[in-house]
Write a protein that binds this ligand. Structure first.
Ligand SMILES: NC(=O)c1ccc[n+]([C@@H]2O[C@H](COP(=O)([O-])OP(=O)(O)OC[C@H]3O[C@@H](n4cnc5c(N)ncnc54)[C@H](O)[C@@H]3O)[C@@H](O)[C@H]2O)c1
Ligand SMILES: [Zn+2]
Length: 356
């Protein structure tokens, strides 16, 4: 049974076979030129299947970049703009971003700014980009170590989610992306949280992905510019981002985003139990589940000053306070808590004690 399209602000998220959905979309439009943005991995694993289907029918050019967050920067973006120019892209061109969050973020940024904006499609190919980067209209690139420092809010024409792409995605990336699914359950939907406990990472049920996109979409369409409710999506990310940044700078094999967010969700659940009314039973339930999925990670006490510094620098803060979204219960969250440094460090110590 096919999954229903999800309506976002002025565009749809459609589920199914990417080639068919793409052909359908293009039949209704009249673009002067079509470009695929891929990285070397999606070029190998995701593009060939589509190419086979659309070959000949839909002339297009390919722009390929190296994979990884370190390439989500202005230099590579200039390269994309120049390629578009060289290939003769005008304002009626279409850019199809086929890849994980790096490709969809940077490709949408390049499209939103090239000649003051051309149309783009998102075809996210990682679990993270399907359930998180696919809706919300955020485009962007990093500047040095500052993630997403430059960007726009620009919506795609359509988002196509084809879960078959996940078959070639490394298991570690799948598990990392799953952290956002856990988060979606924790912040707004207890039944959903319960339903994902039995997930099979080798064969994720499409309905799980669909519901996750639906939750994110409900939140971002209520508050497109992150004035209030959208902050709910920051659950686990205040502490998680700091741990991710620290790990990137200090570890030979750094944590993936979702692995760091998993730790952040445990620490912030502890804060939730202190300040937002989360029961001890539910705190235990959350910790037990997250620890059953993610490897443990030693957070050294020597890192504490750096972690607090990262949290203070977070662009989500206002007035120098460290801002948190906390849980009142599983499936119910509240924004705009601020916690003291001591409380924050205690929440991290809570995590380190759990994994001992
Ligand atoms: N715009 C938003 O709202 C939003 C939300 C969340 C995250 N993001 C951004 O997304 C980025 C992270 O995204 P990500 O986790 O998808 O990382 P990614 O794009 O780096 O992809 C992870 C790895 O998987 C590879 N890959 C992608 N699809 C594959 C497939 N089907 N088979 C095999 N390999 C594949 C990639 O080449 C890469 O090596 C970050 O830059 C983050 O800031 C944006
Ligand atoms: Zn995240």
């Amino acid at each position: 049974m096919s999954l229903q399209a999800i309506q976002s602000s002025g565009y749809e998220v459609v589920f199914g076979d990417a080639s068919e959905l793409l052909i359908n979309f293009l039949q209704q439009r009249n673009y002067s030129k079509i470009f695929f943005l891929v990285d070397t991995n999606t070029s190998e694993h995701c593009y060939p299947g589509i190419a086979l289907h659309i070959a000949g029918d839909i002339p297009h050019d390919i722009i390929e970049i190296d994979p990884g967050e370190e390439n989500k920067n202005i230099d590579i973006c200039i390269g994309i703009w120049k390629m578009l120019l060289d290939f003769g892209a005008d304002r009626k061109a279409l850019i199809i971003n086929l890849g994980g969050g790096v490709v969809t973020d940077m490709g949408s940024f390049a499209a939103a700014t090239y000649k003051r904006g051309v149309d783009f499609l998102q075809i996210p190919t990682t679990l993270l980009s399907q359930v998180d980067a696919s809706v919300g209209g955020k485009t962007g690139i990093d500047v040095d170590a500052v993630k997403n420092m430059v960007g726009t809010f620009t919506n795609p024409q359509t988002v196509i989610i084809d879960t078959n792409f996940l078959q070639t995605l490394p298991k570690r990336e799948i598990v990392s992306g799953f952290a956002e699914i856990i988060k979606h359950g924790l912040i707004v939907d207890k039944d959903y949280f319960n339903s994902i406990k039995t997930i099979d990472f080798d064969n994720i049920d499409d309905k799980i992905i669909h519901r996750s996109v639906e939750i994110k979409n409900e939140v971002v369409t209520t508050d497109p510019h992150e004035k209030n409710i959208r902050k709910k999506l920051n659950f686990g990310h205040t502490i998680g981002h700091a741990i991710e940044s620290y790990s990137l700078q200090h570890d030979k094999a750094p944590l993936l985003h979702g692995e760091a967010i998993a730790i952040g969700m445990i620490a912030e659940s502890w804060l939730s139990a202190q300040f937002a009314g989360l029961s001890d039973n539910e705190l235990n339930e959350i910790c037990k589940f997250i620890l059953s999925v993610y490897p443990s990670y030693k957070v050294n006490e020597e890192s504490f000053d750096d972690l607090i510094a990262y949290m203070k620098n977070d662009k989500k803060n206002e007035d120098d306070k460290i801002n948190f979204t906390l849980l009142n219960a599983i499936g119910s969250s509240e924004i705009n808590f601020s916690c003291s440094q001591e409380e924050i460090l205690n929440s991290i110590i809570f995590y380190t004690n759990l994994i001992k």
